[in-house]
Design a protein. Structure first.
Length: 93
């Protein structure tokens, strides 16, 4: 193997590694958030009672309802369940 060919292979390997690593920098907040929404709960995705994401119509509705509940007296507020999820799946710690 000649020295020129070896240098070419090393340069090619370095360029390939640099290109692969630079691809990781293009994952932004929106892309990672959108992918996380589709991960099942059993695989570490969002829980069923997670609030909606900011910037959506459901989020605005959620915040209005939350503000309305905040202004109500404590005895008139909607009760939140304190019991564990009845699905029977134990949390993984």
């Amino acid at each position: 193997m000649t020295a020129r060919f070896r240098q070419f292979v090393m340069l090619l390997a370095a360029a390939l590694a640099a290109g692969t690593l630079s691809g990781c920098g293009t994952i932004n907040e929106r892309m990672s958030a959108a992918v996380g929404d589709y991960v099942p709960q059993w695989a570490g995705g969002l829980p069923a009672d997670a609030p909606p994401r900011p910037g959506t119509a459901k989020y605005d509705e959620f915040m209005r309802e939350r503000e309305r509940q905040r202004h109500l007296p404590a005895d008139q507020r909607q009760k939140t369940p304190t019991q564990p999820d009845p699905s029977g799946i134990d949390p993984v710690h």
